[in-house]
Design a protein around this ligand. Structure first.
Ligand code: DP6
Length: 331
């Protein structure tokens, strides 16, 4: 009754920003992402038949366990309660988790954490659950992006016209070897959570206009993935990322996720493209810049970004295959 799982973060090409029902993470628009490979959360879950309080622990890099911080423990406990109800289980759980991100950077995404927790609980209970059901269960954590992290490769969530629908694959990881060079320009916790961002999104005068643009952007991104066309994907990827931040900056009250390092990286990337390299930027709800590029451009982009003022680290990640079981349990 114990299972250990690695689940990846993902980077959105078309963003989830704004919810019709935030408590259930029902988004206003479909989003499209690439599942990552190295940026993973690692979670061990033991299911016990006897009812009682769940135990939620955080593992450090050396594997030492300590009680999880209050805010995290509260969200995880709420999700365990949801999973107990959805899966019809009356017992209790012992959980340990950590992020295995390649640096201590401020990339901690709830997507990988809640995907790992969801998959580990299902496996600890020995349930045979479809990926679609896993996606819905992960979404019920309140982290919409977790609904995409249960799948590998290129993922859309939800199906257009049905906001309650699960994530589904557009293409698997082997279809297109894209890289993600992540320029870390900020390592702390972000000041405004994505949840608050979703809450405020519709107060921006740019919110409705972005939604009008989205059908065209979604079509372009789907076609770029199908045809493995980075020159087609890139401009739309950047346009969508800038638009997300435009909405955030013009929300009431406004949210500024960027810092000077973000702009330095964006300017350097324009120079690198003029030199013939193929890399395009996107930013989630934070200052760090994900440069989506082809394998031939990856090293040069990573080296050049690392030299910039304000860049404290560069992580090289790539498209990945989704959650996997692991033998190495955290307890
Ligand atoms: C900007 O509500 O899924 O990353 O739970 O913090 O991961 P977290 O956020 P969530 O919103 C995601 C917002 C986004 C865009 C995206 O990933 O689609």
């Amino acid at each position: 009754m114990k299972a250990s799982v690695l689940a990846p973060a993902n980077i959105a090409f078309i963003k989830y920003w704004g919810a019709r029902d935030l408590a259930r993470a029902l988004p206003v628009n479909p989003s499209i992402s690439m599942t990552l490979s190295s940026c993973v959360s690692e979670t061990t879950v033991e299911a016990r038949e006897q009812p009682g309080a769940d135990e939620i622990l955080l593992a450090d890099a050396a594997g030492l366990l300590s009680p999880a911080p209050e805010s995290f423990a509260r969200r995880a406990a709420a999700h365990l309660e949801t999973l107990r109800r959805e899966l019809g289980f009356a017992g209790s759980f012992r959980v340990a988790t950590r992020n295995r991100f390649p640096s201590s950077a401020g990339l901690a995404s709830s997507a990988s954490g809640f995907a790992a927790l969801t998959v580990a609980v299902v496996r600890a209970l020995g349930r045979d659950v479809s990926t679609s059901r896993l996606s819905t269960l992960a979404r019920l954590s309140g982290s919409g992006s977790a609904a995409r992290s249960v799948l590998g490769g290129y993922v859309e969530w939800p199906r257009e016209g049905d906001d309650d629908a699960p994530a589904f694959p557009l293409a698997d990881a082997a279809h297109w070897d894209l890289r993600d060079v992540i320029a870390i320009v900020e390592t702390g916790e972000k000041e405004v959570s994505s949840l608050d961002g979703h809450r405020r999104a519709a107060t921006s005068p740019h919110f409705e206009r972005r939604l009008e643009e989205l059908p065209r952007r979604l079509d372009t991104v789907r076609r770029a993935i199908r045809e493995r066309d980075l020159a087609l994907l890139g401009p739309t990827l950047e346009e969508e990322a800038v638009d997300l931040h435009l909405v955030a900056m013009s929300s009431r009250p406004p949210i500024f996720y960027w810092n000077p390092g973000t702009l330095t990286v964006l300017a350097a990337l324009r120079d690198l493209r003029r030199e013939g390299l193929s890399g395009w930027a996107t930013m989630d709800a934070g200052a760090n810049v994900h440069v989506i590029c082809d394998p031939a451009s990856e090293s040069a982009i990573a080296v050049r970004l690392r030299e910039l003022d304000g860049v404290v680290d560069v992580i090289r990640d790539r498209v990945g295959t989704g959650p996997a079981s692991t033998e190495s349990a955290l307890f």
